[in-house]
Design a protein around this ligand. Structure first.
Ligand SMILES: *[C@@H]1O[C@H](CO)[C@@H](O)[C@H](O)[C@H]1NC(C)=O
Ligand SMILES: *[C@@H]1O[C@H](CO)[C@@H](O)[C@H](O)[C@H]1NC(C)=O
Length: 299
C-alpha cells in the first residue's frame, strides 16, 4: 500500500514540475523504515542521502520534513530551500549544568552542511551536517582536499561570479553578477555568446520535447574528450570553478531509463538568467558554512 502511494506521490510531484511522463519515479522509493529521520533529532553529524531520479533531478530518500510527507511517502527534491529547512531544525546546544562559566547561547544555524554530488548517476550523494568544515566527516581519510572559500551572506546564494568563460585555444567570456547555486536543476545556463562559442565544439542536436518544453540537447558520446572546459571565476578570478565535459555531459544510464537511455545530454542551456545547476558540482563537494557566512567548493 505504501509503495503505491509512494509512486502516486512521485508522479504528482513530477506533474507539478512540468516534467514529461516518460520520466520514471524514484529508483528506490523511500520506505517506512526511513520515515521520521528528517522530522526529529536533526543534529550535527546527521547525514541524509539523495539519488538521481529519471527526471535527472536529485531527491532525498530519507528526509521527510513533516508527518504529512512521511505518511504519503513524499519525496523531497534537493534544493537550497530544503537545506535551509534542515539547518533550521538543528537542535540548539543545551546548557550543561556541570560546566563552569556562563551558559552558552543557543547555536542554531551555527553549522556547516557538506553536499557531495556524485559523478556516477547510480550513486547516492550524502548531505552531512558538520560543526565546522574542517571536520570533513565524509572525507576523514583524506586530508588532501582543498576548499576554495568565497564569502556569501547566505551560503550558496549571491556567489560573486565575476565572469563565465569557455576556452578552446581562444576563449569567450561574459561578465556576470551574484548567482545562487541551483541544486534543483542539472542545467548550467550560459550567456548567448558563451553558449554559441561552446556549441561550435559540442554540436548539440536539439530533441524537441513539445508542449512548450525546452528541448533536450544531445551530443556525441564519443567526442566529449574534445569538448571545452567552462570556467566560473569568483571574486574577479581569486577563485575558479572549472567544469569539465565529464561533469556537464550526462550519459543517461539504463537505470535512469527513458527515451534518452544510452545517449549523452548536454547539461548546458543558452541564455536566460544565469544559473549554476548541479552539473557544475558533479563529482565534487560543496560546503555551505552558515557560521562563517561563506561557501566552499572542492578545488
Ligand atoms: C562516434 O560514434 C558514431 C557512431 O558509432 C560514429 O558515427 C562517429 O563517427 C563517432 N564520432 C567520433 C568523433 O568518433
Ligand atoms: C566581486 O568581486 C569583485 C572582484 O574582486 C569586487 O570588485 C566586487 O566588489 C565583488 N562584489 C561583491 C558584491 O562583493
Amino acid at each position: 500500500m505504501l509503495h503505491l502511494l509512494v509512486l502516486a506521490a512521485a508522479f504528482a510531484l513530477a506533474a507539478a514540475q512540468g516534467i514529461a511522463e516518460w520520466q520514471k519515479p524514484l529508483p528506490q522509493p523511500p520506505g517506512a523504515a526511513n520515515c521520521g529521520r528528517g522530522r526529529k533529532a536533526v543534529h550535527i553529524g546527521s547525514s541524509f542521502s539523495f539519488l538521481m531520479n529519471g527526471d535527472w533531478r536529485y531527491y532525498f530518500t530519507d528526509y521527510f520534513p513533516s508527518d504529512w510527507h512521511c505518511d504519503r511517502g513524499e519525496v523531497t527534491q534537493l534544493h537550497l530551500g530544503v537545506l535551509d529547512d534542515i539547518t533550521n531544525r538543528i537542535a540548539p546546544i543545551i546548557h550543561d549544568p556541570y560546566s563552569k562559566g556562563p551558559p552558552k547561547a543557543p547555536k542554531n544555524q551555527q553549522s556547516s552542511l557538506m553536499v557531495t554530488i556524485p559523478l556516477d548517476t547510480e550513486a547516492s550523494g550524502p548531505l552531512v551536517l558538520e560543526p565546522e568544515p574542517g571536520w570533513k566527516l565524509f572525507h576523514h581519510m583524506d586530508t588532501s582536499i582543498d576548499i576554495l572559500w568565497t564569502s556569501t551572506r547566505q551560503p550558496g546564494r549571491g556567489l560573486n561570479v565575476t565572469s563565465i568563460s569557455v576556452s578552446k585555444g581562444v576563449s569567450v567570456s561574459a561578465s556576470t553578477g551574484p548567482i545562487s547555486l541551483a541544486l534543483h536543476t542539472p542545467y548550467i545556463r550560459l550567456p548567448h555568446d558563451v553558449y554559441d562559442f561552446m556549441a561550435k565544439f559540442t554540436s548539440p542536436q536539439p530533441f524537441d520535447m513539445g508542449r512548450g518544453m525546452e528541448s533536450v540537447d544531445l551530443v556525441s558520446c564519443n567526442s566529449t574528450s574534445s569538448f571545452p572546459t567552462i570556467n566560473l571565476d569568483l571574486e574577479g578570478g581569486a577563485q575558479q570553478i572549472l567544469v569539465k565535459p565529464a561533469q556537464y555531459v550526462l550519459h543517461v544510464s539504463q537505470s535512469l531509463g527513458g527515451p534518452f537511455t544510452g545517449k549523452c545530454v548536454l547539461l548546458v542551456k543558452r541564455g536566460g538568467d544565469l544559473e549554476i545547476g548541479y552539473a557544475a558540482l558533479r563529482g565534487k563537494t560543496a560546503w555551505l558554512d552558515w557560521a562563517n557566512a561563506r561557501t566552499g567548493f572542492q578545488a
